[in-house]
Design a protein around this ligand. Structure first.
Ligand code: NAI
Length: 314
């Protein structure tokens, strides 16, 4: 399958492309950025794994990059610096995502579109609206990549409880910023319980984990390596599902009827056409109901912001 990475020369784009080059289901890895892609592509192309690598730079090369792509992953755009929220990135990243998704609508309208660029809560609605404007929207094929929240939740819970992280799974629903990130510790497998205070700390750590990295990097950007891992994990799951595997589930931010928010992350069964089935929120513990009540108004605001922006900036 052909996988395109847009923003491939960036902090996430480079290690993400490296990890995708290792995936045996990728036959063509097509890299796009506004800078440095020839070098990144030349470098990766020397790896002795099957994927053929091509590098494309500048908007006149988007068609060559995208034509025939099965999956497009988009980590293009600016990352946070200390003191910034994801929403502070909106003004720059909204138009980057709009223009790149517009190119997808033209050159690979049937591809799966995976949005990493923040604020995901707003860029996914923007991406969907662009596809609608072009008449090629299918809600089963547009995903906001929230895998890093699950990756973090699994890691922190496994560490706290001294479990093998390979066997820990914590669903994370809602959106991808601060209080819109709702980890469902009550649905963790294997079943794990926390005293109340420890539980509150754990939830806050998962919600603020991105900021933990932004502060540790002290001005040099946000999570890139763990995000590349999470992006490759999500893309790998999508590749498995497109290839016919029938039990692939990932939490991802998609168009949704599960709450009053028109987009919402829940566990999703992936299939050959993208979203096969929304597995829903499941039963929540009382403390999770109040987390959800806090998340929904903020998430609705972020979604509306994206939808309103694209109306006035088509
Ligand atoms: P970066 O600045 O290192 O890389 C971004 C890349 O995008 C650069 O190579 C830049 O040249 C490229 N770019 C800019 N405009 C472009 C355009 N019009 N077309 C193609 N490429 C373009 O940033 P980094 O650290 O890789 O982060 C990228 C995005 O991912 C940010 O918006 C960040 O907030 C987001 N992010 C999302 C996460 C998630 O969980 N969904 C986690 C971490 C970061």
């Amino acid at each position: 399958m052909k996988v395109a990475v847009l923003g491939a020369a960036g902090g996430i784009g480079q290690p993400l492309s490296l990890l995708l080059k290792l995936n045996p289901l990728v036959s063509h890895l097509s890299l796009f950025d506004i800078v440095h892609t020839p070098g990144v592509a030349a470098d990766l192309s020397h790896m002795c794994t099957p994927a053929h690598v091509t590098g494309h730079m500048g908007t006149d090369q988007l068609e060559a990059c995208l034509s025939g792509s099965n999956i497009v992953v988009i980590p293009a755009g600016v990352p946070r610096k200390p003191g910034m929220t994801r929403d502070d990135l909106f003004n720059t990243n909204a138009s980057i995502v709009r223009d790149l998704v517009d190119a997808c609508a033209k050159f690979c309208p049937e591809s799966m579109i995976c949005i990493i660029s923040n604020p995901v809560n707003s860029t996914v609605p923007i991406a969907s609206e662009v596809m609608k404007q072009r008449g090629v929207y299918d809600h089963r094929r547009v995903f906001g990549v929230t895998t890093l929240d699950v990756v973090r939740a699994n890691t922190f819970v496994a560490e706290a409880k001294d479990r093998d992280v390979a066997h820990v799974n914590v669903p994370v629903i809602g959106g991808h910023s601060g209080e819109t990130i709702v980890p469902l510790l009550s649905q963790a497998t294997p079943r794990i319980t926390f005293p109340r205070e420890e539980r509150t700390k754990m939830i806050e750590r998962i919600q603020n984990a991105g900021t933990e990295v932004v502060e540790a990097k002290a001005g040099a950007g946000s999570a890139t390596l763990s995000m590349a891992y999470a992006g490759a994990k999500f893309t790998g799951s999508l590749l498995d599902a497109l290839n016919g595997r029938e039990d692939v589930v990932e939490c991802t931010f998609v168009q949704s009827d599960e709450t009053e928010c028109t987009y919402f992350a829940t566990p999703i069964l992936l299939g050959k056409r993208g979203i096969e089935q929304n597995l829903g929120i499941g039963r929540l513990a009382d403390f999770e109901v109040s987390l959800l009540e806090k998340a929904i108004p903020e998430l609705q605001k972020n979604i509306t912001k994206g939808e309103e922006w694209i109306k006035s900036n088509p």
